[in-house]
Design a protein around this ligand. Structure first.
Ligand code: DSN
Length: 426
């Protein structure tokens, strides 16, 4: 008997400790890893086009008590009790998102961009239907019909690419659409640096009676700031991630007009997901609030200006850029014809504290794991505060790593370290 009392007291004390101890006290191993990751993010220039640094407020919301709540269903129609407060935060996220993009309906529950796309497919098509997306090797995304992804296994996927100048040729897209008669046309990419003409895509979709799905994962930030055409008036369904240019937590969103609202909501839950991540939804609400502030537009403008400067400066050093430049936050270095591969350049840049990922480029004959290109993006470094003159220096470092190779390492590393010191992360 005494033992039972002692044990339950011990458990109560342990429970209390678990609720009170911070990460450092409770799990020094994970704490130590986290401190080192913080240092890595501070000491390197993150030029991965899909990464960013969230605000302190987004971090707090993501790590908040909302993490504990199950809330299957939608606000005011849940399958669990006790959802009245998390309902408020989800409604806030939805209303802010609708205001940013001007859509009639929004679902903020997708766990990621790929989950958002899966739910959109689930709502609009049936297994075996045909979908038309951008070729992965020319800038598209895995979840747009790649044979390695569920989208390519459930659907018959056909693809469009870019022309010899690196631009989408809308006449060719129309030709393919007329020939293939897809159920869904996907307008969106993960490595396309030019403006996407959503109105043209809708005209094409109308001609073949297809749904238009706009995936704006990469360009959501510039669209939110009015610096890239908005697909909402043209696409039947629009999906996005929230962590890239949009600068929110890792997650997904879906937007559509009221006529598809119910289908989309049901496709997310119970169609393809279970309980939503309420802490992530709280963090999305915070990020959407930030996107509605006037200074957000300045940030997005700087992202685009910095990308343009980086592209132009690289070209001045003789580096080939796919499509000859950029209209958005990213650019692709084309290494076709050089011995240097994308993988080697990625590895070499790591030696000078620059983190950017290899990518296939149009006309690439190397495997995706090796690639003949490198993708560079400016969202994360712009959040740190870097300006155009910093990108002139960065271009010189990248160009030296291509033209001269690792022999220029020491001086290049010093330039990067100096920039990182001038713009510390919190
Ligand atoms: N969205 C991809 C990227 O652009 O990095 C990852 O899936």
């Amino acid at each position: 008997m005494d033992n039972i009392v002692e044990n339950s007291q011990l458990m109560a004390t342990k429970g209390e400790n678990i609720m009170r101890q911070n990460l450092q006290q409770q799990d020094p191993d994970v704490y130590d890893i986290t401190v080192r990751e913080h240092k890595r993010q501070n000491d390197n220039l993150i030029l991965i086009a899909s990464e960013n640094y969230v605000s302190q407020a987004v971090l707090e919301a993501q790590g908040s008590i909302h993490i504990n709540k199950y809330a299957e269903g939608v606000p005011n129609k849940r399958y669990y009790p006790g959802c009245e407060i998390v309902d408020e935060v989800e409604i806030l996220a939805i209303e802010r998102l609708k205001k940013i993009f001007g859509c009639e309906h929004a679902n903020v529950q997708p766990h990621s961009g790929a989950s958002a796309n899966l739910a959109a497919f689930f709502a609009l098509a049936k297994p075996g239907d045909k979908i038309l997306g951008m070729n992965l090797s020319e800038g598209g995304h895995l979840s747009h019909g790649s044979k390695f992804n569920v989208s390519g296994k459930w659907f018959e996927s056909v693809f469009y690419g870019v022309d010899k100048n690196g631009y989408i040729d809308y006449d060719v897209v129309l030709e393919i659409a007329k020939r293939e008669k897809p159920k869904i046309i996907i307008a969106g990419a993960s490595a396309y640096s030019r403006t996407v003409d959503f109105a043209k895509f809708r005209e094409i979709a109308n001609q073949v009676d297809a749904y238009l799905l706009a995936d704006i994962a990469h360009i959501a930030g510039p669209i939110a700031a009015g610096l890239h055409p908005n697909p909402i008036a043209h696409a039947h369904v629009t999906t996005s991630t929230t962590q890239k240019t949009l600068r929110g937590p890792r997650g997904g969103i879906i937007m559509c007009d009221s006529s598809l609202a119910n289908d989309i909501d049901k496709a997310v839950f119970p169609g393809t997901q279970g309980g939503p991540l309420m802490n992530t939804i709280a963090a999305k609400a915070v990020a959407f609030g930030e996107a509605l502030k006037p200074e957000y537009k300045d940030y997005q403008r700087s992202v685009l200006e910095n990308a343009k400067t980086l592209a132009k400066s690289l070209q001045q050093h003789g580096i080939k850029i796919v499509s000859g430049g950029t209209d958005n936050h990213l650019l692709l270095i084309d290494l076709i014809g050089l011995e240097l591969t994308g993988k080697q350049l990625e590895d070499n840049l790591l030696k000078v504290n620059i983190v950017a990922n290899r990518n296939t480029v149009p006309g690439d004959t190397r495997k995706a794991y090796i690639s003949s290109g490198l993708r560079l993006g400016t969202p994360a470094t712009t959040t740190r505060g870097l300006q155009c003159n910093d990108f002139v220096l960065i271009a010189k470092v990248v160009a030296d790593m291509i033209n001269i190779g690792v022999s220029s390492c020491e001086q290049s590393l010093k330039i990067v370290q100096d920039i990182c010191k001038r713009y510390p992360i919190a």
